[in-house]
Unconditional design. Structure first.
Lengths: 782, 262
């Protein structure tokens, strides 16, 4: 493939006309200006991928996958749509907005209900598990048969993880991991297949219960966010394709535009159920890319989040035996904090901790990325994935047991609340500190690290815990099990934060400022910021869980330091995973210094077009032979010369789905009977899963018929001139949520088509203080 | 004129408050009683602070404190009760504070668990659990004192285990109700003394356990090595993108070819 850089605007317009006129002189011109370009390409820091062969290694970050499609945020103003608007009138507008609020209410409530089911199941099951284990350890340690409780622990870990991992690997692979990258892509406008299906919700909920009960180093927060998104997408549609049931409600919400709005509300409700942080939830939705954002949507999203927290608290207060007491401190996710004091001279310490969190996070991301690549290359078969998950579960138990076996850190009973005091080799009346950390869910461990009184843990046990849990968390994330990384990251961070406070007490023994809980919180924030690199929402989420506004400054300082330090080396873990899957994600801003890249360079060139009245056989063959999703409808060119490229004048744009519905319903010019019952609902009934062209059978006679596309196409699609620059098109896509952008020449003839992938190909890279733009390749097979 | 009315009003209020405080002997008596028992209670608590025998030795005085405070709120002078002269009148609230401190101290030590209740009032009778515990404890102490330290462990192990098990059964640590502080303290001291001389029996060589853990690590390592060795590599193909510039090349080339042919 020849390397070509920018093409100046005049050259392009020249070349087009020249091709049309086929003058030999001008063709020479084209050749010459291409030579020039090859020489002048080095003036920009734009890294081009040189393709020597046509293959690439699996696991490279600069490949886009061809299998992802865009959501269509643009309303198609075709005749059925206009007809509907005219018939229903303003009454319909009011009805629609009322039901929109109702749907957001339902989203908040159901998300919270699912969250509380997950919460309570995890708590009940792990309580039983760890009670038995603690009892068995103390029973068998006297007899010198520790292998019995150890093997019991391994079995208790492996069995749930086996169930969860089987579900994820065999039933629904998209439900693996935390789900945040997928939700982020969806909100960005990429249609990730199967991400918001009810089957995914089942697998995700059961999977996360299994993984957390199975003792994997992970938490339930990410999966809760994903669950919220699925709930939102499911409820708003009033139908489920999985069970093939159509409840005939909310049909007017069946398009990508409305659905994506609801999903942003659902994700927010999920965050708010997971952390008890409604404002954090709203900001999460905002930060993670709901580009089409307005005041009304924000307000409704906030409503859903608050409802979600409220519902969760109602359920959990009943569960904790204080029904109706909605400010019961046990409902808080990270526990109730006493207010922290901090003074001016501590701020540098917070900055340093943030830097440390950034470094640790960047290293964590790098290791996890390498591991993910290894998994993509070698662990592809389902049974291998299940086996790996089970092995990691066994390793988790082994590491935990070895730690409490080897490090005999004993503390007297009764000073601090340990749920299952395990004596092991401690004296009577004492308990093993490490056993108390390991014999509870990671979430409860975070809580105890944040709240336990000073001197609960000694430095050696903390240090070894930090090291091993850091490795374990890194190993666990990316397994084929649905599990999030918030909690293990917080746990690692809280542990080293506590270690810092232990160190500070050595240096400043009399200082009242050194509160271990405070440093544990800062450490947790720094570590999490270093790994996920979220900014606004993370600060607000942690602030809301502490319930202390005055602690915002230390948190922001820490998180900014962590993010900047981490960004110096690599990207956040979610972005890394998104890049590994090759999702064409559009970032907030167009790439810098790209105003000299023109539509003519970005667009795909020979555009497959349809005539206004098109032959059925032609449509069927076109749909079979291409994978495009939007076809410009054009007037046929006036001259029809074979050897030169000619273009048709644009009349509209029709989508593949619309064509398929037309073919299914057999709305042909020759069959006028069925034209009476056409309204917008014929398109909505099949949404979101349309049949493929191979599912449609037409007899030979029908194939000779013709279709008039004009009533169904979008008569005014967005178009830009071929001289439009990349940032201009990028902004259009990002702000309007476009899926197709037709490129026209001076005479309004379609010369090309720009889709999301064409724009996402130009990606900014930042590494060690340098910045540039690289052009990505596209592959079908990742 | 206005000022004078205010002065008169203030004077009347002062007179009334002085009158209400003075001249009610019943109240004074109750107050003195409360002061005496509170002082006695405090000194008792301090005297029994280490080792903690506070619940057992101070229970009588504590009941006195409760009663004298109740008296304050029962005995009345005229229309108002004695306690109304002292409660909620100023921010210091001396009587209330002292009473609450005594009460909180008692509750924090969970002393109620040591004694029986009759008609939901505290009595000085020791509860069944406590007396049972003391029985076991005395058994153990007898054994502890009689045997010399060299063969202490095998001889007294049974007694100790009985005591320890009984303690764990009543302390119920998971539910956080707990037992009264006297027992906790006795048990803590006992355990400490016992562990100092006799806790070696917990340590054993755990060969099977260590080998199992090693095995799990080895199996995991083998898993990764095998997947790495046997995994067939898939190399995805790059999708050729159709671009305007390439179509130009194509046209260019085909035209060149045409010209060569002609």
């Amino acid at each position: 493939m020849e390397v070509i850089d920018t093409i100046p605007e005049e050259d392009i317009s020249n070349t087009e006309q020249n091709v049309a006129s086929s003058s030999n002189d001008n063709l020479n011109d084209i050749g010459r200006c291409q030579e020039d370009k090859t020489f002048s390409s080095s003036s920009f820091a734009r890294r081009r991928v040189q393709i020597s062969t046509d293959k690439v290694e699996i696991g490279s970050l600069n490949i886009l996958s061809a299998k992802f499609e865009s959501l269509d945020y643009d309303t198609c103003e075709n005749y059925p749509f206009l007809d509907e608007e005219r018939k229903k009138g303003y009454k319909f507008v009011i009805q629609k907005s009322i039901s929109r609020w109702f749907v957001f209410l339902l989203i908040g409530m159901i998300t919270a209900l699912i969250a509380s089911i997950i919460d309570i199941s995890i708590e009940e099951l792990s309580q039983r598990k760890y009670a038995v284990l603690s009892q068995y350890v103390d029973k068998y340690v006297v007899e010198g048969m520790l292998y019995i409780p150890f093997l019991l622990w391994v079995i208790f870990n492996v069995i749930p993880v086996f169930i969860g991992s089987c579900l994820v690997s065999y039933a629904e692979p998209i439900a693996g991991g935390s789900g945040i990258p997928q939700v982020k892509c969806y909100l960005n406008g990429v249609k990730i297949p199967r991400v918001v299906r009810i089957k995914t919700l089942f697998v995700k909920s059961i999977g996360v219960i299994c993984s957390v009960v199975g003792g994997l180093a992970g938490g339930k927060e990410g999966p809760m966010i994903h669950s919220g998104a699925v709930v939102a997408a499911g409820i708003s549609q009033g139908k489920t394709s999985t069970f093939d049931r159509d409840f005939k409600v909310f049909r007017y919400f069946r398009d990508d535009h409305e659905k994506r709005d609801f999903v942003s509300g659902g994700a927010a409700a999920g965050v708010s159920a997971a952390f008890g942080a409604p404002v954090g939830g709203v900001l999460f939705s905002l930060e993670e890319g709901t580009s089409f954002w307005n005041q009304g949507l924000t307000w409704r999203t906030f409503f859903a989040s608050v409802i979600s927290t409220f519902t969760l608290n109602v359920v959990l207060s009943a569960y904790h035996g204080v029904p109706g007491n909605l400010n019961y401190p046990g409902l808080l996710n990270l526990g109730k904090f006493e207010s922290f004091n901090y003074s001016f001279y501590e701020l540098p310490i917070f900055v340093l901790m943030g830097v440390a969190g950034g470094l640790l996070g960047a290293f964590w991301n790098h290791m996890n990325y390498k591991l993910a690549v290894f998994r993509m290359r070698y662990i592809k078969k389902c049974w291998l994935k299940v086996l790996e998950a089970c092995l990691v579960a066994a390793i988790s138990a082994t590491i935990g047991f070895l730690m409490m076996f080897l490090i005999n850190d004993c503390k007297p009973l009764g000073q601090d609340p340990t749920k299952y005091p395990t004596q092991l080799y401690c004296e009577d009346g004492q308990y093993n500190v490490l056993a108390s950390i390991w014999f509870q869910t990671p979430e409860a461990s975070v809580r105890s690290l944040l709240h336990d009184p000073p001197n609960t843990h000694n430095a050696l046990s903390l240090a070894s815990f930090v090291l091993l849990y850091y490795i374990l968390a890194c190993w666990t994330y990316g397994l084929s099990a649905s599990i999030g990384l918030f909690i293990p990251t917080l746990l690692t961070g809280a542990a080293w934060g506590r270690l810092v406070s232990v160190g500070l007490t050595q240096v400043l023994p009399n200082s009242a400022i050194v509160q271990p809980g405070k440093y544990a919180l800062i450490g947790a924030a720094a570590q999490l910021g270093g790994v996920v690199r979220m900014t606004i929402s993370l600060t607000v989420i942690i602030m809301e869980t502490t319930g202390d506004i005055s602690f915002a400054l230390p948190l922001i300082i820490t998180l900014v330091a962590a993010k900047w330090t981490g960004d110096f080396f690599n990207e956040g873990i979610y972005d890394t995973y998104i890049e590994l899957t090759g999702v064409p994600l559009l970032s907030w801003d167009p790439p810098p210094l790209a105003h000299n890249i023109y539509a003519s360079e970005v667009m795909s060139h020979p555009v497959v077009t349809l005539k206004c009245v098109e032959n059925v056989r032609h449509i069927v063959e076109l749909l079979r032979s291409t994978s495009y999703n939007g076809f410009p409808v054009v007037d046929p060119p006036i001259t029809d010369q074979k050897e030169f490229t000619t273009y048709g004048r644009i009349r509209g744009l029709i989508l593949r789905d619309q064509l398929i519905v037309l073919l299914i319903k057999k709305i042909f010019n020759e069959t006028p009977d069925c034209w009476d019952e056409i309204d917008s609902n014929i398109f909505r009934d099949h949404y979101p899963r349309y049949p493929t062209i191979n599912d449609i059978f037409l007899n030979e006679k029908e194939k000779t018929y013709s279709v008039d596309l004009r009533p169904f196409m979008n008569p005014s699609p967005y178009t830009v001139l071929h001289s439009a620059s990349l940032p201009r098109m990028f902004r259009l896509f990002r702000a309007l949520g476009l899926r197709h952008l037709a490129i026209v020449n001076d005479t309004n003839e379609v010369v090309g088509m720009v889709t999301r992938k064409d724009l996402a190909r130009y990606r900014v890279w930042r590494h060690q203080g340098r910045i540039g733009v690289e052009e990505l390749l596209i592959s079908k097979e990742i | 004129m206005g000022n004078r009315i205010i002065y008169v009003a203030l004077w009347i209020i002062q007179i009334m408050s002085v009158m209400s405080l003075s001249g009610d002997e019943n109240c004074d008596e109750a107050l003195n009683a409360f002061a005496t028992v509170s002082a006695a209670y405090t000194s008792c608590a301090i005297a029994n602070s280490r080792p903690i025998t506070y619940c057992e030795n101070c229970v009588e005085i504590f009941i006195d404190v409760l009663n004298s405070y109740r008296n304050l709120s029962i005995i009345s002078e005229g229309n108002s009760k004695c306690i109304d002269n002292f409660v909620n009148l100023d921010r210091l609230q001396i009587i209330e504070t002292i009473y609450r401190n005594s009460y909180i101290l008692w509750n924090r030590a969970k002393c109620n668990e040591c004694f029986q209740f009759e008609n939901s009032t505290l009595t000085t009778k020791i509860s069944k659990e406590t007396s049972q515990f003391h029985e076991y404890y005395e058994d153990f102490v007898k054994c502890f004192k009689l045997t010399n330290s060299s063969n202490l462990c095998p001889v007294c192990l049974e007694k100790y285990t009985t005591l320890n098990n009984y303690y764990t059964s009543i302390s119920n640590e998971n539910e956080k109700i707990g037992v009264c502080m006297d027992i906790v303290d006795i048990m803590n001291t006992t355990r400490r003394n016992w562990s100092k001389s006799c806790c070696k029996y917990r340590k054993h060589s755990e060969h099977i356990f260590l080998v199992t853990t090693l095995l799990i690590f080895v199996v995991t390592a083998i898993f990764y090595l095998l997947t790495c060795y046997f995994g067939e590599k898939k190399i995805p193909y790059i999708l050729q993108q159709s671009r305007f510039a390439e179509s130009l090349n194509h046209v260019h080339r085909s035209l060149e070819r045409n010209s060569e042919v002609t």
